[in-house]
Design a protein around this ligand. Structure first.
Ligand code: FAD
Length: 422
């Protein structure tokens, strides 16, 4: 088994952006180099703004190159909760923007002619318990009646048409969702950004952002950068460079495995219509075919805390076999993990705090949402106009969170218990 990311073998072409010192000044410095910062930088640079993107690691190599590549409609927070909290009109806006977020990915893929296997294959949300299928039926009705959005239900007796698994009890298909090869998408965005003039520096860690006479000085391990504006797009990797953001983001580990190449006769039956699949558990499994339709890629949360990749991969294979026991004799070729940024409200957060712009907290929907809110952030900086309903959500600090999420194991055990009993 290779302890590397399937999506980065072979590595998509992201150039080596290591440098010996950072540029001493720029119009906008963007900290973090995932989809959020790079998309923001693309639109800023197109408007003639000098932008520099720094990352403490390799450019674009964290969650944005490691994820499941599911470009999903909807949000992490439930529609019913949004309806109850904000009413029907706002819910319509949230949902419309979730659809726009996928269009935004598609538009950038087309504009940059990014070869990243973007495909509107649809997602398939599968019921973990029979009662969850009733919930999905209600959801389908709700989506159609309240939001005019068509989905289709797959009844338990028809499951084999979509999924060769006995573990689930029906499901809901939303054909608007899409898939990408995430690392190729990331690499394509970096290439597009470079073409429009964005500068990149890898292995540059921002340690402190100081505001002096209305301008910023960013202290990094490679020197000081002066900038008119600063964007923080560090999501699940947020450090104390912004204690304010760190208190508002919970980093949650997500882990993936990729099987060896499976025989044609086996792979064709597993997810015959090539959907992006996830289940209705709180600690959900998500899985899909590789773009070449030869392997299963399977993700979730490692059950036990261990830093050993092999142990995590073994656990994840056990989970995979609960869904597809027919894969017992096949090996796991790749295993890797990364960090997802969660907020307490489960809404993404976007805005400005003490003059520092940010967008993060996509709660597992970041392929589409980070791209979309990156584009919104650029307009905010350029025109001082933040035209997204997501800006209306106040980003609350997580109680007792001083940057060390000690409460995570307790929360994990609680959610696992809830998955067993409800
Ligand atoms: C295993 C896994 C599976 C996932 N699957 C999906 C999926 O299928 N669909 C979906 O929509 N989402 C998924 N996600 C979530 C999605 O990948 C993220 O929401 C998205 O990539 C976030 O992008 P970003 O630009 O905000 O940040 P990231 O891509 O997380 O990048 C943040 C960067 O900030 C850098 N950084 C942090 N601090 C500093 C500092 N002080 N100085 C310099 N650099 C710094 C880090 O090195 C990192 O490169 C998944 C995530 C993981 C980990």
């Amino acid at each position: 088994m290779k302890d590397i990311v399937y999506w980065m073998d072979p590595r998509p072409i992201v150039k080596d952006y290591s440098i010996s010192h950072v540029p001493s000044k720029t119009d906008v410095l963007l900290i973090g180099s995932g989809y959020t910062s790079v998309v923001t930088a693309i639109y800023l640079a197109k408007a003639g703004v000098k932008t520099v993107v720094i990352d403490k690691g390799e450019i674009g190599s964290e969650a944005s190159s490691k994820n499941g590549g599911m470009v999903l409609t909807g949000l992490s927070v439930s529609f019913y909760k949004i309806l109850k909290q904000f009413g029907k009109d706002k819910l319509k806006q949230y949902f419309a923007e979730s659809l726009s977020s996928i269009d935004c990915v598609e538009q950038l893929v087309n504009e940059g002619q990014i070869d990243c296997d973007f495909l509107r294959c649809g997602h398939f949300e599968v019921a973990y318990k029979p009662s969850h299928f009733d919930g999905l039926k209600e959801e389908a009705e709700f989506l159609e009646e309240t939001l005019g959005h068509q989905t289709s239900l797959v009844f338990p007796e028809k499951m084999q048409e979509e999924l060769a698994s006995e573990s689930y009890h029906g499901g809901l298909i939303d054909s608007k969702s899409a898939s990408v090869q995430p690392a190729k998408y990331m690499a394509g965005l970096v290439a597009l950004a470079e073409k429009v003039g964005v500068e990149f520096s890898s292995y540059v860690e921002a340690a402190l952002v100081k505001k002096i006479n209305g301008r910023f000085e960013i202290i990094t391990n490679m020197g000081v950068v002066k900038a008119d504006n600063v964007v923080i797009g560090t999501n699940g990797y947020t450090t104390l460079v912004s204690p304010w953001l760190k208190k508002r983001i919970v980093p949650v580990e997500s882990f993936m495995i990729a099987t060896e190449k499976l025989p044609d006769g086996v792979i064709k039956t597993l997810i015959p219509n090539n959907r992006m699949v996830f289940d209705t558990k709180r600690f959900l499994y998500y899985f899909r075919l590789s773009p070449d339709r030869q392997r299963i890629l399977f993700g979730g949360r490692p059950r036990r805390t261990t830093t050993n990749t092999k142990e995590k991969a073994d656990q994840m294979k056990e989970d995979l076999l609960t869904v597809f026991p027919q894969l017992d004799s096949y090996k796991i070729d790749y295993a890797w993990g990364g960090k997802i940024g969660f907020t307490v409200s489960r809404f993404p957060m976007i805005g400005v705090n003490k003059g520092i712009y940010y967008a993060m907290g996509y709660c597992g929907h970041g392929v589409a949402m980070a791209t979309y809110l990156g584009s919104k952030l650029s307009r905010f900086i350029l025109e001082n106009k933040l035209d997204t309903v997501f800006a209306e959500n106040k980003a609350f600090p997580i109680p007792f969170n001083r940057g060390n999420p000690w409460f995570l194991p307790i929360a994990h055990n609680w959610f696992r218990l809830m998955d067993r009993i409800s």
